[in-house]
Every structure is written in C-alpha cells, then in structure tokens.
Design a protein around this ligand. Structure first.
Ligand code: EPZ
Length: 418
C-alpha cells in the first residue's frame, strides 16, 4: 500500500514555521537553464517530487547538476544532447511542457510529448503552441508529440485568448532568444511569472512589464549564467495559515511575501481569522468557529485556484452557507466527496460548490486525488475528531516539502506510515 499520513485531530496548532521556496517558480527556473550554455546557480530549490522530475528531464536534455558548498544547485547545459521530452516524463508532470519554449529557442528543434489531461481538467496547451507559431515556429502534432522547428524565432505581438501561467512563461522564455521584440498581451500576472522574468533579466534578457497583463521582451543573441534565489511558496504559506485557522490555533508563517497572498488573507479575515501581517511574516489566529463567505477563483491577483480546496475545508466548518465558484479548471472539486465522508455537507452544482457548514468533521480514511486536494484532506484531519488516514500522499509530496514535519513542529499529531 502506498504511503499514507495518519492524523489525530483536534489539536490547536501553535508556533512559527518557515515556508519553502515555490514549486511553481522552481519549475520554470529549471527549464530556463536550457537557454544558456553557462552555469545557472539556483540558491534554494525545494526538495519536491516535481522538482526531481523536471531535473531528470533537463538532465536527459543535457543539463549537468552540481551542489555548491553553500547548498545551492548549479545547473549547466553546456551542450543540448537531446531534443525530446519523452511521454513517460511529461505524462507524470504536465509542467514538463515548460521545456518546449527554451529548447526551441536554444536549438531550433523540440519534440515534447503532449501532456494528457490530468485529474483537475483537460488542461490543453493550444495557447502555448499558438504563441510559438506566431513567433515563427513550425509546429506539428504527430503520435502524441509536439514536433516544433524554428531556424530563428522572430519577435512579434502575441495576444493570449486566456490567462495561462505556464503559457506566459513558455512564450517569455522563447521570446528571450528571438530576433526583435515580443509583446505578450493578456499575460499571466502571477508572482511566479515575475520571478521567472527576474531570472531571465539576470541572464541578460531585457524584459519590461512582468506582473502586468502586458510583457515586453527584447530578444538577445544569447543569454548568460547567473545566480538566482527562488521566491517563497505562496500556496504552501496559505495552506499553513489555513491549518492555524481551522484548528483554532495561532500560527505564524515566516519567509512569507504577504503581497503574494492578498486575496487569501482577505478571505481568511472574512471567515473570522485574526491576522497580523508583517514585512515577511504572517500570523493567523483561528476563530472559535469560522464564518461563511463566498469565493470565486481567478487569475492573480484574484483568489488562487490552488487555494480553493484548502479554503473549502475551512468553510466546511463555518456557521452558515458558503458558495465557492471555480472558474479556472473544470474539475477541481474532487476533494468535496472526500470531505463529505468526514461529515461535511457540500453540494456541487457545475462550477459552484455549495458548502453548508457543520460543527465538526469526523476522522476517516480518505484518498488524495490531486496535489491541493490532498492538502485539504490533511487540513480536515487536523480539525477532525478522531483519526484520519490520507492515502496516496505521493500527490502531496509533489508540492509540499516535509509538510508533516512542519505540522508536527506546530504541535500536530501527524505521522507517515510507509
Ligand atoms: C499553473 O498551471 C500552475 N502550475 C497550476 O498549479 C495552477 O493551478 C495554474 O497555473 C492556475 O493558476 C504551474 O505553474 C507549474 P494555466 P497551468 O495554463 O499553467 C486553460 C499546482 O497545484 N488553458 O494558467 O497549466 C487551462 O485548461 C498546479 O501547483 C488552455 O485552455 O495553468 C485552464 O483552464 C495545479 N489552453 C486555464 O487555461 C492553454 O494553452 C488556466 O491554465 C493553456 C491553458
């Protein structure tokens, strides 16, 4: 049986814990190392399964890894030795598609397996491909692979039909080595996009407007190496704050960036949590019982879809009805059925979840279905009466570094059974 977490609920969490660096900034940063033959030093890569997966992928493409004395990771793609991102890797992690733009820009050739759907939705990459075609690439789809070729990408104006985080990142990386200037309109504004732009600028790229809906990239003939520190993980930070709120505890997350979490902090306060927000730390004291509120997920700076499951878990204990609307993915309510098995009263109606708060959850054996759903089940277990077993925690390990150790340091009774 795969590893599972066992939680004895009902303990108010107290204390301070530091957030790790962001998975969704580390993944594009590792892909960006393909853009130069010089070494790129990433100071604080998080120890996550997804980071291991993309590291293995770029190693197959030619990256050499070394660990520096201070623990930083040195990545160098002196020579690209393969142009193919194989299905067996891409199918385990769709963010592998982030190698497409840099590989094509660096070598003019890329063969990347089309990512299949995943638990939370179809998640096509049509906008990535449409943007690369605009940059002058020939893109074909054969046998489940994207076959891309381009002698030299040419800068242009790209207007994205939808806000896409990795689509913006892929196109920004491709444009960094294109001839001339590229403007990406309707670009994603997520902090992870801004962090990638910061890394590309340190490599010598000229980029304006990252963090706004219009990003301008002036292509360079080549890019160089640099040293880069990855931003803290705002979703892990939010998850730990909800852990404090849902157990009626008092949790401070250090190494946090409050401006990356504005929408979540507002919802936590609407739900009755008392927050103290410092320069790089956020303290959350939980209410006796949460108050209901309504949530609509949307691209940054709106409420992040990656926090929807965690907030649903908190609102599942509120005194009244909350309505949660998921606008980003078409199937991101799978945690609701598991929460209902713990006593929640959640009804799904298309893109909306109606959450009728209950006084408490009962511990139960539950199963994780995707990364953020697994976090929401852990949160429910922390608040529940009795014992909860969360199976398939490999989902959790993709995006949370040593989560149970962090929760234990806050007093949680949680352990991992292999
Ligand atoms: C990124 O995924 C994140 N992953 C996701 O985090 C996050 O949930 C998502 O952005 C939304 O914020 C990484 O950064 C590695 P999108 P991404 O392209 O880029 C549709 C987690 O838990 N779309 O912004 O794949 C798509 O189907 C993960 O850490 C197209 O239709 O998401 C979705 O409905 C889960 N065509 C919407 O846009 C495209 O070409 C937003 O997707 C691209 C996207």
């Amino acid at each position: 049986m795969a590893a599972r977490l066992v939680i004895e609920g009902g303990v108010p969490l107290r204390g301070a814990v530091s957030a790790s660096s962001a998975k969704n900034a580390a993944l594009p940063a590792l892909a960006a190392t393909l853009l130069t033959a010089e070494p790129v030093v990433l100071e604080n890569l998080p120890a996550l399964a997804d980071v291991t997966t993309i590291s293995r992928l770029i190693e197959q493409l030619g990256a050499e890894f070394a660990v520096e004395r201070d623990g930083a990771t040195r990545v160098r793609v002196a020579r690209v030795k393969s142009h193919e991102a194989p299905y067996e890797l891409v199918s385990t992690m769709r963010a592998s598609v982030l190698v497409l733009g840099p590989l094509l820009a660096r070598t003019g050739v890329a063969r990347v397996a089309l990512p299949g759907g995943c638990a939370i939705g179809l998640r096509p990459i049509d906008l990535h491909l449409k943007g690369l075609r605009r940059l002058g690439a020939d893109i074909g789809i054969e046998n489940g692979y994207v076959e891309a070729r381009a002698s030299r990408l040419k800068g242009c104006r790209i207007s994205l039909d939808l806000v896409t985080v990795t689509g913006t990142e892929n196109l920004m990386m491709a444009a960094a080595l294109a001839e001339g200037t590229t403007v990406i309109e309707n670009a994603a504004r997520e902090p992870e996009v801004v962090d990638l732009a910061r890394l590309l600028q340190a490599m010598g790229a000229t980029i304006e407007g990252a963090g706004t809906e219009r990003i301008e990239i002036v292509g360079a003939a080549e890019l160089g190496g640099c040293r880069h520190r990855i931003i803290p993980d705002r979703i892990e930070t939010g998850t730990l704050l909800v852990a404090g709120a849902i157990t009626g505890g008092d949790v401070t997350v250090t190494n946090a960036v409050p401006r990356h979490l504005g929408a979540l902090l507002a919802k936590l306060e609407e739900a009755g949590a008392v927050l103290d927000v410092g320069e790089n730390r956020i303290r959350c004291r939980g209410p006796e019982r949460p108050r209901p509120t309504d949530v609509i997920t949307s691209p940054f700076p709106g409420f992040p879809t990656d926090m929807q499951a965690q907030l649903m878990t908190l609102l599942g204990l509120a005194e009244g009805l909350s309505r949660i609307t998921e606008t980003i993915f078409e199937n991101r309510f799978m945690h609701a059925a598991e929460l209902n098995r713990m006593g929640a009263r959640i009804e799904i109606d298309g893109a909306m979840a109606l959450v009728r708060g209950v006084p408490h959850y009962q511990g139960a054996p539950v199963m994780a279905t995707d990364l953020r759903a697994s976090a929401s089940l852990v949160l429910a277990g922390l608040a529940a009466r009795g014992r909860t077993e969360v199976s398939r925690v490999y989902h959790l390990d993709r995006g949370y570094e040593r989560l149970e150790a962090k929760l234990q340091s806050l007093g949680a009774r949680v352990g991992r059974l292999a």
